[in-house]
Write a protein that binds this ligand. Structure first.
Ligand code: ADP
Ligand code: ADP
Length: 226
């Protein structure tokens, strides 16, 4: 589904953040990118999303190169560590926003109907009319997940979505994320520096260090340094 080929990224200051990375994420799989801060996880995710240009290499979705495609045309949803909700909009307005802008935009009423499925999946119907600042971190992240999924994307990209949550919520929301993406069958890339988190949520883990991928395997087979 996602095929990353010989991906290289040198930032403007000359720093080589990715060194010829190859990676395949099978259709419908949940793959974690696991590694210490600064190893290049977000760089990969941002290039897959189209938010950052690679220096070299290619990214294919279902066999088709997306390197020259605008982020909006890549059929992806993305969730960030800091939720990135629109502060002046209600929860419902945040969730339907992607459906109401751009060339395929639809009427608000219709968008609300479509959004209902994702509002139910993420369990946010009681807070639909609230503004983001009135929500807990876990609630805000549920809203961000609903917004990322509302266009029924082929690919979901999650960049450390749990790291601003307390320990109890981290476990709860990660279980919810796994259950939702499995229910929808969406191909998912999950960035984390937390081993336990990666081991518990993933179908596959790509272990990274200093701009390279060291191993890719199912959690049970992965060799992790203690
Ligand atoms: P991770 O997500 O694993 O924490 P990143 O992909 O954010 O790592 O960053 C990889 C490396 O590239 C880090 O050493 C980081 O400091 C560096 N880096 C990230 N963005 C830039 C930038 N805009 N300019 C220069 N270096 C950068
Ligand atoms: P992360 O939480 O993914 O590790 P960081 O806090 O390292 O991200 O980086 C936040 C932002 O700063 C990103 O947009 C990244 O591209 C940029 N950045 C990171 N490292 C550098 C760097 N050495 N020089 C310039 N920009 C950087």
């Amino acid at each position: 589904m996602i095929k990353i080929e010989k991906l290289n990224k040198v930032y403007e200051n000359g720093y080589e953040a990715l060194k010829s990375v190859d990676l395949e994420v099978p259709k419908g799989a949940l793959m974690s990118l696991l590694g210490p801060s600064g190893c290049g996880k977000s760089t990969i995710l941002n290039i897959v999303a189209g938010l950052l240009d690679p220096t070299k290499g290619d990214i294919k979705f279902d066999g088709e190169s997306v390197i020259n495609k605008h982020p909006k045309d890549r059929d992806i949803g993305m969730v960030f560590q800091n939720y990135a909700l629109y502060p002046h909009m209600s929860v419902l307005e945040n969730v339907i926003f992607p459906l109401t802008v751009g060339s395929n935009k639809i009427k608000k009423q219709e968008a609300v109907k479509i959004a209902q499925k994702y509002i139910d999946l993420t369990d946010i119907s009681d807070i639909k009319d609230k503004k983001p600042k009135a929500l807990s971190g876990g609630q805000q992240q549920r809203v961000a997940i609903a917004r990322a999924l509302v266009q029924n994307p082929k690919i979901l990209l999650l960049d450390e979505p749990l790291s601003n949550l307390d320990a109890r919520l981290r476990i709860k929301i990660r279980e919810e994320i796994r259950s939702i993406v499995k229910k929808l069958g969406v191909t998912t890339v999950f960035v984390t520096h937390d081993q336990e988190e990666a081991l518990s949520i993933s179908d596959y883990i790509a272990l990274m260090d200093k701009g390279i991928i060291q191993q890719v395997d199912i959690p049970q087979n992965l060799y992790l340094n203690p």
